[in-house]
Design a protein around this ligand. Structure first.
Ligand code: SF4
Length: 337
């Protein structure tokens, strides 16, 4: 459709991470009277919080979509591979554009856009990577990158006159000088640092996720949330013990704890970690989890610790067991590094 054939403002739907580049990409379009809306995505690896903040700050409407299931499917074998850690950036962007494209079709947007800048990230934001994302999104020809459009071939969106190419930018590379200047012009002072906020770029989180995906294979969403906090121990292919290391860990683990599925294990008489057992609730595994729990309290090796077990299938329906306290080193071979 060309601009002449549309009797309403042209509508663009942009991916928003909440970072400066996504904010600027929308404002650059808004400046030429395009009606912009953002879409942001939610998984256990990244949250919509920054995008929500950007939306409040700019008044640009935001659609939020949970894409955990298709995301985990993609993570099994991302065709563009992983970055330094478990971040499949090219396929991640392709999936996000694919999901945004579904909204475009349903809600009647005219094109998609993002704040990607060619050359900003050597592996995931070079010209080939941007092409890969377009082709694999299923919306080739309908994606615009307003911040670096001048460095890329003219898109059908520009050719149709939906967007004035002359008013788009030609930023390239890793320097953020132009973006800072533009932020000043638009009066944007508060935005998160670039590349922050995705756990898939974190080495520790990536190691735990890789272990879960390769050893356990079958797992549920809450187990992905558990990966964010605590020390993780592998008991067998289906079973893990997660030990909160701080009040913060404990609180976050409990937020996702499901009493219908997992056991919650705590020292009955002493302050100590919240411990979660996922997987096989066998007598042996409960015993080991209780001993791990005791080992991370102030109980002395050799002392008998009484441990509370909360959840559905506790051994013999008892909710308290007694274990001998041992040093935590005894379990170091079970720790997932
Ligand atoms: S850093 Fe994370 S959210 Fe961003 S593109 Fe890569 S995988 Fe996706």
């Amino acid at each position: 459709m060309t601009a002449q054939e549309i009797s309403r403002p042209v509508k663009g739907l942009g991916l928003c991470s909440g970072g400066l580049d996504s904010i600027l990409s929308a404002l650059v379009l808004k400046r030429q009277n395009i009606d912009v809306t953002w879409i942001c995505f939610e998984t256990p690896f990244f949250s919509p919080a920054s995008a929500q903040k950007a939306s409040r700050m700019t008044g640009i409407p935001l659609i939020t979509m949970d894409i955990t299931d298709p995301y985990m499917e993609m993570m099994k074998a991302p065709r563009g591979g992983f970055g330094k850690n478990m971040n499949p950036c090219m396929d991640c962007h392709a999936l996000m554009f694919a999901k945004a494209g579904q909204v475009l079709e349903k809600e009647g947007f005219d094109f998609l856009f993002s704040g990607e800048v060619v050359g900003q990230r050597p592996k995931s934001q070079n010209k080939n990577a941007l092409r890969y994302v377009e082709k694999n999104s299923g919306f080739d020809g309908r994606i615009l990158r307003p911040l670096c459009a001048g460095r890329l071939p003219e898109t059908p969106v520009e050719k149709a006159g939906l967007v004035d190419r002359e008013q788009l930018l030609d930023i390239t590379g890793r320097s953020r000088k132009v973006q800072m200047q533009l932020a000043k012009e638009f009066g944007i002072t508060d935005y998160p640092s670039p590349a922050g906020g995705c756990l898939l770029t974190d080495i520790g989180f990536s190691n735990r996720l890789r272990e879960l995906m390769t050893v356990q294979k079958k797992f549920e969403k809450r187990e992905l949330f558990y990966l964010k906090n605590g020390r993780h121990f592998r008991l067998d292919d289906e079973t893990k013990v997660i030990v909160g290391r701080s009040r913060y860990d404990n609180a976050h683990l409990l937020k996702h704890y499901d009493a219908q599925k997992d056991l919650l294990i705590k020292h009955a008489r002493m302050a100590g970690p919240d411990v979660i057992l996922t997987g096989q609730q066998t007598e042996k595994n409960i015993q080991t989890a209780a001993m791990i729990c005791a080992a991370y309290t102030k109980a002395k090796p050799g002392e008998i610790s009484e441990i509370n077990i909360t959840g559905l299938d506790t051994i013999d329906k008892k909710d308290r067991i007694r274990v001998e306290t041992v040093h935590s080193d005894r379990f170091k071979d079970l720790i997932i590094q």
